[in-house]
Unconditional design. Structure first.
Length: 218
């Protein structure tokens, strides 16, 4: 995969990780192993466009719907998709998914990966560089329209609130990066309970530390 130069987004360390196939390696390993060519994927937290490109290019997923809350990242993500020739199968949307439609404040931080809906998350040292008012879309309405078979989620602690709201009836695979330093034991349990309650079971083989996978059939 190829990523355009952009010093404010792709640091030297990130570039090294990308070149050595170590960027988001735990999440990427799960996706590579389990996403199929007939899958429709919903990605929540698109970052630099890495995972959506991986699913479309390496896994040949049928469709990828990527949602990213940070408006400063959208143009770069689109460039990544274009450079890797996956724009025909990947759609990126600048929006937050939540309980009901509306607006939310998104806090962009100097380290973009630390940006989130939280103004002052515990232990976060990267300073806020901008505040954005972003669209919130209803998660149930969105999933009803997309009918994803795969959900990939990395949203800096918001997973504890969002995953329990999901209608997972069409989903066969979930890949979630947990952030226990912010969501605690109760938040981790909420994520597991939501998937287990929908008939998806924790899959140890492709789970690794804070990246957890759930499968309907295995």
């Amino acid at each position: 995969m190829r990523f355009p130069d952009a010093e404010h987004i792709i640091s030297r360390r990130t570039r090294r990780l990308l070149r050595s196939n170590l960027y988001e390696e735990r999440e990427a390993a799960a996706v590579r192993a389990l996403v199929r060519s007939d899958d429709v994927a919903l990605e929540i937290g698109a970052g630099i466009g890495f995972m959506s490109t991986l699913m479309a290019r390496a896994c040949n997923a049928s469709q990828v719907h990527a949602f990213e809350a940070n408006p400063s990242m959208i143009r770069y993500i689109q460039r990544v998709h274009a450079l890797n020739q996956v724009t025909d199968r990947v759609q990126v949307t600048n929006a937050v998914l939540g309980a009901r439609k509306g607006k939310a404040t998104f806090y962009e931080r100097a380290h973009f990966s630390a940006s989130s809906l939280e103004a002052e998350p515990d232990g976060e040292t990267s300073p806020v560089v901008a505040e954005h008012t972003v669209e919130v879309r209803n998660i149930k309405t969105t999933m009803k329209a997309i009918k994803p078979s795969v959900v990939v989620c990395d949203i800096e602690g918001a997973e504890a609130d969002l995953v329990p709201l999901m209608d997972l009836s069409t989903v066969r695979l979930g890949v979630v990066e947990l952030h226990p330093q912010w969501i605690g034991k109760a938040g981790v349990q909420a994520v597991f309970d939501a998937f287990h309650g929908a008939g998806l079971t924790f899959f140890p083989k492709t789970s690794n530390k804070k990246v957890v996978t759930f499968r309907r059939d295995w």
